[in-house]
Write a protein that binds this ligand. Structure first.
Ligand SMILES: NC(=O)C1=CN([C@@H]2O[C@H](COP(=O)(O)OP(=O)(O)OC[C@H]3O[C@@H](n4cnc5c(N)ncnc54)[C@H](OP(=O)(O)O)[C@@H]3O)[C@@H](O)[C@H]2O)C=CC1
Ligand SMILES: CC(=O)N[C@@H](CCC(=O)OP(=O)(O)O)C(=O)O
Length: 342
């Protein structure tokens, strides 16, 4: 049994994490963290969880958390998260970090895309990236996991098999992604205010979104296993906000290479995920509803007018955040990887 603490339990990823942990036979939730001093009952913050946990959200010190928990999930904004992670790790608490703080490889790149210094830069480049389908061996038994970004999960799971099979060029990859509004979190923002986003569809972060270097780095790592001389991959990534609650759909375009045909593209996707419990290569372009509320990713690929075209879907809050976090937690702690996720 692992005793679990959740930082940022009042947010959307905290809620989804609690829904999953409520049915986890080896996890006991022992601390729910908030910055507020009022200690509200969990059912006041998330009425969906009424009857599931008799717990209050508390403003505890890291020492108090370390007494109560073996593992912490940090569902906090970036920078705030790394500060807590460093303190927890120094007290022997394992951490799954849902923020972006440990996903990039070096402090310079982090500063360039996040606009501030990294609070715990020594761990950059050394923390396993929590996509078990690509980095399972590094995740097993680790103390800290960088849980992936939601958009990167959808892009990397679609592209990596084709890069590894030599069916697409490393240059000229375009990732066009669309996300439901819960991707922006529960904390109110102008972009996600109802009259701003309802019945509207917009691109944002054009050329500047911080998931671009994350996708670059992970694709470069995942596909560069034999040829160290390869140049780093640089994708063109554009996110869009769709007026729906949840889900991400990425449409991806790449230049074919070698024997890229509709059949060989699908065969590479099928082979890569044949034994994966949560990723499937599907025969027709998937929709977000096919994976809503699940830890699954569906990928489809073909060749059209001289381009490889991929479509990938996930639930941003599950495979894109809390489901992946539980998958990583299971691997870190030696539980069956699929526990609480089937
Ligand atoms: N939403 C999504 O689809 C995804 C989110 N993520 C990442 O997961 C993390 C959590 O996201 P999400 O749950 O959506 O966010 P939310 O805004 O829904 O919740 C975050 C919680 O963190 C606490 N918080 C906010 N600001 C601070 C701060 N400055 N210092 C400490 N605590 C703070 C708040 O709790 P309180 O007020 O009670 O203290 C808040 O409820 C973020 O890093 C996000 O980028 C990753 C993948 C997907
Ligand atoms: C719709 C929307 O706003 N989505 C979020 C992505 C959520 C996510 O994965 O964020 P982190 O990398 O910070 O963990 C965004 O674009 O900022």
């Amino acid at each position: 049994m692992a005793r679990v603490a959740i930082y940022g339990a009042s947010g959307y990823t905290g809620l989804e994490l609690l829904k999953l942990l409520a049915r986890h036979p080896h996890a006991q939730v022992t601390a729910l963290l908030t910055r507020q001093d009022e200690a509200p009952h969990l059912s006041e913050i998330h009425p969906q969880l009424t009857g599931s946990f008799d717990l209050r959200l508390e403003n505890l010190s890291v020492d108090q958390v370390a007494e109560r928990a073996d593992v912490a999930f940090t569902c906090l904004p970036h920078a705030a998260s790394a500060e807590v992670c460093a303190d927890l790790l120094s007290r022997g608490v394992k951490v799954v970090d849902l923020s972006a703080d440990y996903r990039l490889g070096d402090a310079g790149t982090y500063q360039q895309w996040y606009g501030h210094e990294h609070p715990d830069a020594a761990r950059l480049g050394k923390t396993p990236y929590g996509l078990p389908e690509l980095f399972r061996e590094q995740i097993i038994g680790a103390d800290l996991i960088a849980n992936p970004g939601c958009y990167p999960t959808s892009a990397i799971l679609a592209l990596t098999p084709l890069l590894r099979a030599g069916l697409i060029e490393r240059e000229g990859i375009v990732v066009d992604s669309k996300s439901g509004v819960s991707g922006a979190g529960r904390t109110p923002k102008l972009l996600t205010h109802y009259p701003e986003c309802n019945e509207s569809f917009s691109a944002y972060g054009v050329g500047t979104h911080r998931h671009m270097p994350e996708i670059d780095r992970v694709l470069s790592m995942a596909s560069d296993q034999s040829k160290a001389s390869h140049k780093a991959i640089e994708v063109l990534f554009t996110p869009h906000l769709v007026p729906m609650d949840r889900g991400i759909l990425s449409t991806i375009y790449a230049t074919p290479k070698g024997d890229a045909t509709p059949a060989s593209v699908m065969a590479a996707l099928k082979e890569a995920y044949a034994n994966e419990p949560f990723v499937s290569a599907v025969e027709a372009p998937p929709a977000t509803k096919h994976v809503a509320h699940t830890n699954r990713c569906h990928v489809y690929g073909t060749v059209v007018r001289g381009k490889v075209l991929l479509v990938s879907v996930i639930d941003n809050l599950i495979k894109g955040a809390s489901g992946a976090a539980v998958q990583n937690f299971n691997l870190m702690c030696g539980f069956d990887e699929t526990t609480a996720l089937r």
